[in-house]
Design a protein. Structure first.
Length: 135
């Protein structure tokens, strides 16, 4: 899942708000830094909402938010739209069987060993990094 974020600011001070997550904000000296912080802000906001017994809002499309009159002024002031992925741990592990080239698996095992990780923890870490970077 991804939430639409509105980013605005000036050089050295950028802010991020989430139209679907009231009160969830982040900021940074650059747009990239602000969006990097936004990933953690969304995770914490959702965790707190769930802990307090609340429901996690459904993410709306950028088009829906663009037409929401509550955010018209943000767009007039130059806010841009970005997507922020949600990556929450479920607190339980499940087994998954995957297929890949043997050479890739050897490279994964070697990289994991160098870092003192298991194959599984290395793959989870790599997947989390890829998802959160949006690349």
């Amino acid at each position: 899942m991804k939430y639409v974020a509105l980013v605005d600011g000036t050089e050295g001070a950028y802010g991020v708000i989430f139209p679907d997550l009231p009160g969830c904000t982040s900021g940074g000296a650059s747009v990239d830094e602000a969006l990097g912080e936004a990933i953690e802000a969304v995770r914490l906001w959702i965790d707190e909402t769930v802990k307090d017994g609340g429901a996690v809002p459904t993410a709306r499309s950028a088009e829906d938010i663009r037409h929401d009159p509550d955010f018209a002024q943000d767009f007039q002031d130059g806010a841009i739209i970005a997507y922020v992925p949600v990556f929450r741990d479920a607190g339980r592990s499940i087994k998954a069987t995957i297929s890949m080239d043997a050479g890739v698996l050897e490279a994964i095992d070697e990289a994991a060993k160098i870092r003192g990780l298991t194959r599984s923890s290395f793959l989870v870490s790599a997947a989390r990094q890829k998802i959160e970077s949006g690349a």
